[in-house]
Design a protein around this ligand. Structure first.
Ligand code: ADP
Length: 339
């Protein structure tokens, strides 16, 4: 009990730091130019017509900017924002207050929208399409349904897994935007800008080094930068040179590709325990004691995109590049081909 406030304070600090580094306006966002251009057009058109912006769904791996887009859009439009999380929307009654509170043209952002209960998804269809909801009052034979109009609003959804959304829900979003991993140059630019915000001197080659070990993801780049800054503060008079950046990242077990110990443990388990695969993700998850969802959402996307791992109908398989990265030789007869 006595430790509770400390934990809360620490969480608060992390959130505040995240806010410090989060771009506040679309124009401050680095990369994702195509998405940015389409969103700009939609915003301008909605403003010119005086209508609410169409509903938007963002999907892509964690830390790529879905929330940042969702928070910038209402600011650009000058409209109120409400934030909900799909995991807490277990029944239609959980979402009713958000819908009835939504001001005209305001934005309702639902993060992790794939975690909403199916009944909430269905309840949302008429809200999204016709700005009305059907409320059931009373129970049994006295139950009656009333039709309640809503103010026209914009729903913005974010998900790491579009595949888990029902097709009717997906189809009700006028815009569906997929966020992809960032290039090295974009990440280096994010590191440079955030070094200024964090008031730390990062030499140019060190900024590129941090970017190149950030798994293509701004959130990871920010975390790496914060750690390198702490390391430089205590060990190197606050200045981040290339060797300071390398030493700091190596101390955290971040390798040349930016993989962390958990990423490598996942690959190593497939290589050593399952002979390189194919193997179901659940089997690996049980072996290394990590929830399958964490592997699917957070660990695998970058490994797949780096072609260290592939997904086959029979499970995950390590590629030759995967074995090479671990310093292992590839078995001559891939496991599973024997049967
Ligand atoms: P997601 O919602 O996709 O998990 P976020 O939008 O929360 O990701 O992004 C995580 C962090 O990464 C943000 O706090 C922000 O600091 C940084 N970030 C994300 N996208 C960008 C971008 N395009 N330019 C600069 N920083 C970004």
């Amino acid at each position: 009990m006595a430790r509770q406030p400390v934990v809360q304070a620490a969480t608060q600090l992390v959130q505040d730091e995240d806010r410090d580094l989060r771009p506040q306006w679309l124009s401050e966002m680095v990369g994702q130019r195509d998405v940015y251009a389409r969103i700009q057009i939609a915003i301008e058109a909605a403003a010119k017509r005086g209508e609410p912006l169409g509903h938007i769904l963002f999907d892509g791996p964690p830390g790529l900017g879905k929330t940042t887009f969702a928070l910038c859009i209402p600011r650009e439009l000058g409209v109120p924002l409400q934030i909900a999380n799909g995991a807490t929307l277990k029944a239609p009654k959980d979402i009713v207050p958000y819908l009835t509170n939504a001001a005209e043209r305001s934005v309702l952002f639902i993060d992790e929208i794939h975690r909403m209960h199916k009944s909430v998804e269905e309840f949302l269809y008429p809200a999204m399409e016709d700005f009305r909801i059907d409320l059931t009052l009373g129970e049994g034979i006295n139950a009656r349904t009333i039709n309640m109009p809503l103010k026209p609003f914009t729903l913005i959804g974010a998900t790491t897994r579009t595949g888990l959304l029902s097709a009717p829900l997906r189809d009700r979003f006028q815009m569906r935007e997929h966020l992809d991993f960032y290039t090295l140059e974009e990440l280096a630019e994010i590191v440079r800008r955030n070094a200024v915000k964090l008031r730390v001197v990062v030499e140019e080659d060190a900024a590129v080094e941090i970017a190149s070990r950030s798994r293509g993801t701004p959130r990871v780049a920010n975390n790496r930068l914060r750690w390198v800054r702490d390391y430089a503060t205590t060990k190197a008079n606050g200045r981040v040179t290339l060797s300071v950046a390398r030493d700091a990242l190596e101390m955290q077990g971040i390798d040349s590709l930016g993989l962390d110990p958990q990423d490598r443990k996942y690959l190593e388990t497939i290589a050593r325990v399952f002979g390189g695969g194919p193997v179901g993700v659940e089997a690996v998850a049980h072996t290394i004691n990590v929830p399958p969802d964490t592997l699917i959402d957070e660990v695998e996307p970058f490994l797949l995109r780096s072609e260290l791992l592939i997904r086959t109908p029979r499970g995950r398989r390590l590629t030759a590049a995967g074995f090479q990265h671990l310093g292992l030789s590839m078995p001559s007869q891939p496991h599973g081909m024997l049967f």
